[in-house]
Design a protein around this ligand. Sequence first.
Ligand SMILES: [Zn+2]
Length: 105
Amino acid sequence: MAEYIERNEVLIRIKPDEYYHSNEVKEILEDTPAADVAPAVHGMWEYIGTDKKGHVYRCSHCAGRIGLDYETAYCPNCGAKMDGGCGDGDGEIGGSAWRDLTRDR
Ligand SMILES: [Zn+2]
């Protein structure tokens, strides 16, 4: 599994006006603790039709459904960032990407 480090943590360990041998740089990087990060998940809202309350969309990542009077840039079910990720959406709603699944493609 990939590990990530915070830039500021490395900069704290490097002293200004000091020269480092490549082995010392490697040691600094190895001694810097891994940051607590999770990979970003991306998705988009997929328009799947209407019900008596209005338009219904689902998350392309987890298939969680919402009415989109509730425009959100993140899926409330799985936390996916609704920025499209793959760039084949129809547009944006309130800063989030979406596509219409009711149309023929
Ligand atoms: Zn989701």
